[in-house]
Write a protein of this length. Structure first.
Lengths: 98, 690
């Protein structure tokens, strides 16, 4: 079976289904620097700490597109596929996006 | 002979594991629409087609690399307790995320069944699954289920039995050649029994097996070993997803996103939160008050004379008659009066929990909470504390950090539960012109004391950087009325059970103490009075000077409502027995008419903007009048504050000891007594000036 040999992380360029007036960005930055409604693709993570492992397991993975739904204090709500995840700025600054 | 099958229900948080179990095993376990409802192993049993099925519902996990305590419980069970079969429940619309855990579970090489749950929601998102192809690829049954309606549950049960009977094993994921070779190599060096792939990967990663395979892989891929394994698992999960799931072009805007635009708004969000809390309070009181009044009338004007008349007809002795009127009607009946309020609070809290709004409150409040050095996620256990402190303390297991967990635990007992509300509503009604404001004020005081406690601890004993905050926001879901009513009924049963056991037992003990010695002239010479008088000097500075109140406070440590049942029993002993003429049919008619009027008043109260509670005529019931004579307004307020702040009940202390250690629980008990006494003292003396 072909998937047993590994697909690795090749993704379609845009997999966000829900249109939240997403505004794409054209440069590399961190999730922390995105504004509300901006969309970007996760490139990699600067850190491999517990929090990053957790957000990866929750669906924020390399190659996934994310859109910022809300920012409030230190909290950020991002949406990827059908999941909405809250993470704090100290975690978001380790997520590199483009 | 029936064969027993131990089934582990594993999956990501909030995918409907407990809902499926409730359908399969006809259990009534608590469910909710947020991550972390199940924080400990829950069990369900079913005999099906000659098999004894033993379900173990595990806390939700995203991966087998646990961080928080609830995640550790799930992982430990899966790795160490060797279930006969794993049922992996997947939320179909978020399957790609869930498949990481599936991949890890497949590595165990154990019999397994996949339940693709919430298939109805996935269809709405334009997601289709080729489950037959999925079955073929993994060589395990893949069943579509709908936990809400119980669809697919019988197929799931059949698949479980077939898989165990035939010992059908899954195809274990194959990773890239280099990783597979490394695993083969370390297997050869192992002298131990055959290990499953998951354990081998763990040994490879922690370098406890093999001869340098870990460093070889790291240098080959120029990546650390956990990164290599993680990539392989994600690749497998993604590959499987791409082969079996299809997404239609879907452009409609999600309803959850629309609602979140308002609910998560920085300003509107706060306004909505406060409005929701106000409505919770208003509806609970306004809707239940007419029913509480009716229940009180039903007990005092129907059940009590009916039982007295039956007892006199059968020639029962005077002591039995006294026991019935003092311990049962005066004690247990007094507490039962508040059942409508308790039911309404749980009904509304269940609605809130199942809607998906709870985690949003955590997000909105984090900006305030973190300024006090607290974690936004801690809001969920605090809100649960308004339902019952015991599950709220358990819910702190979802917090990733031990320090945050202990901090939130020190706040929970200050959140007023319905047991305390029962006492507050009685006293506020008796002593204040605006009882609703007094009760609301007491709730606020509890919150303020909880916040101050945590703030001080954060600056002293639990210093340190505030940990990160990572949480999932579920989609909004319309609560199923049947499920909400089932949860409410479970809570009502628990309240009635407490009334029939602990409260009843406490009433009997208090009644016996009131009647010892048998030759006493009046209750003030009884053993109960002796005990009460002994502790009165401690309580005198806060305005509690009457032995009858001091005695009532002692058993209240078991459960807060007991303070009322004990008072009911003690004060009834002072009352001369009342013998009324009782005619069954007119009395029953009166009660039925009264119930109809109570229902009408309850429904009408929902359409008024203010809190109308307790606008009824002042109780003429003699027991209330007698209790009223023992308090001043200041001492009643001080008494309520003492009950609010002194650690909620014995069950809470026990669960705090289990979760935070005995020393922690005992220190908190002493602290809560101190803070309760000091606050009550200040309020009593300031209140006395007016």
């Amino acid at each position: 079976m072909k998937f047993f040999s590994g697909y690795h992380l090749k993704r379609a360029p845009n997999r966000i289904e829900t249109k939240v007036f997403a505004i794409p960005i054209d440069h590399e930055t961190t999730l922390n620097d995105l504004k509300i409604a901006q969309t970007a693709c996760i490139i990699n993570f600067y850190n491999e700490n517990e929090a990053i492992k957790k957000v990866e397991a929750m669906g924020l993975r390399c190659g996934e597109n994310v859109v910022i739904l809300q920012k409030l204090g230190r909290g950020i709500v991002v949406k990827t596929n059908n999941s909405r995840i809250v993470l704090t700025t100290d975690v978001a600054e380790n997520v590199r996006v483009k | 002979m029936t064969k027993s099958i131990k089934i582990a229900l594993a999956g990501n948080p909030n995918v409907g594991k407990t809902t499926l179990l409730n359908h399969a095993a006809k259990t009534h376990l608590k469910i909710g629409n947020w991550s972390g409802v199940t924080v400990e192993k829950k069990e369900g049993f079913l005999t099906y087609k000659g098999y004894d099925l033993h379900f173990v519902d595990l806390p939700g996990i995203y991966t087998l690399e646990p961080i928080s305590e609830d995640e550790w419980i799930a992982c430990r069970f899966l790795k160490e307790e060797k279930p006969d079969i794993i049922v992996n429940i997947i939320e179909t619309s978020s399957a790609e995320r869930d498949l990481l855990l599936t991949t890890e579970l497949l590595e165990f090489g154990k019999p397994m069944v996949i339940a693709l749950n919430m298939s109805d929601e996935a269809r709405k998102h334009g997601i289709e699954v080729d489950h037959e192809h999925a079955t073929k690829l993994l060589d395990i049954p893949v069943i579509k289920t709908n936990g809400k309606k119980g669809e697919g549950v019988s197929d799931l049960l059949d698949a479980i039995i077939d898989s165990v009977k035939s010992q059908r094993l899954p195809k274990v994921p194959q990773y890239n050649r280099e990783v597979e070779q490394a695993l083969l190599s370390i297997t050869k060096t192992s002298q131990q029994e055959k290990l499953d792939k998951h354990t081998l990967l763990e040994r490879l990663a922690d370098n406890t097996m093999g001869n340098g395979e870990k460093s070889d892989l790291e240098s080959y891929f120029n990546k650390n070993i956990s990164g290599i394994i993680k990539n392989e698992r994600y690749a497998f999960a993604h590959g499987f997803y791409s082969d079996t799931f299809r997404k239609k072009k879907f452009t409609a805007k999600d309803l959850t996103d629309k609602i979140d635009k308002i609910v998560l708004h920085p300003v509107l969000g706060i306004f909505i939160f406060l409005s929701v809390m106000f409505l919770l309070f208003k509806i609970s009181f306004d809707f239940s008050t007419p029913f509480m009044n009716w229940t009180e009338g039903f007990i005092n004007d129907f059940l009590s004379p009916l039982s007295q008349s039956l007892l006199s007809n059968v020639g029962a002795g005077n002591w039995l008659s006294q026991f019935f009127s003092q311990a049962i009607i005066g004690g247990v009946g007094f507490v039962i009066t508040f059942l409508p309020l308790v039911a309404m609070i749980f009904f509304l809290l269940s609605l809130l929990e199942m809607s998906g709004y709870m985690p949003r409150i955590a997000f909105i409040m984090d900006r305030f909470m973190h300024k006090l050095g607290l974690h936004g996620k801690g809001m969920i256990p605090l809100l649960l504390g308004f339902g019952c402190n015991v599950p709220a303390v358990m819910a702190t297991r979802t917090l990733d950090n031990k320090r945050d967990k202990l901090l939130v635990m020190t706040m929970i007992p200050f959140m007023s539960c319905p047991a305390r509300l029962v006492v507050f509503s009685f006293f506020a009604f008796l002593f204040f012109d605006h009882p609703a404001f007094i009760i609301f004020g007491l709730y606020l005081l509890g919150i303020v004391v909880g916040l101050l406690t945590a703030f001080v601890l954060r600056k002293t004993a639990y210093k340190g950087q505030l940990s990160h905050f990572v949480m999932e926001l579920p989609p909004y879901r319309t609560p199923r009325m049947r499920t909400v009513l089932q949860i409410t009924w479970a809570q009502v049963k628990s309240f009635l059970h407490r009334a029939g056991t602990v409260i009843f037992a406490a009433s009997i003990v208090v009644w016996l103490l009131l009647n010892i010695p048998t030759n006493r002239q009046n209750p003030s010479e009884s053993a109960a009075a002796y005990i009460g008088k002994m502790i009165t000097p401690v309580l005198k500075p806060i305005g509690i000077k009457d032995w009858r109140i001091s005695t009532s406070l002692i058993p209240a440590f078991l459960a807060r409502e007991i303070v009322l049942s004990s008072m009911g029993t003690i004060y009834s002993a002072d009352e001369p027995p009342q013998h009324k003429d009782f005619h069954f049919i007119p009395a029953l008619e009166h009660q039925v008419i009264g119930l109809g009027e109570a229902t009408k008043s309850s429904v009408l109260s929902l359409f008024t903007p203010d809190v109308e509670t307790f606008q009824t005529d002042e109780g003429s019931h003699s027991l209330r009048t007698v209790i009223r004579s023992s308090f001043t307004t200041a001492s009643a307020l001080s008494f309520m504050i003492f009950l609010l702040l002194y650690n909620s009940c014995m069950a809470t202390v026990a669960v705090m000891a289990r979760e935070g250690g005995k020393k922690f629980a005992l220190l908190f008990l002493a602290y809560s007594f101190f803070i309760a006494w000091i606050t009550a003292f200040i309020v009593y003396h300031i209140g006395g000036l007016f």
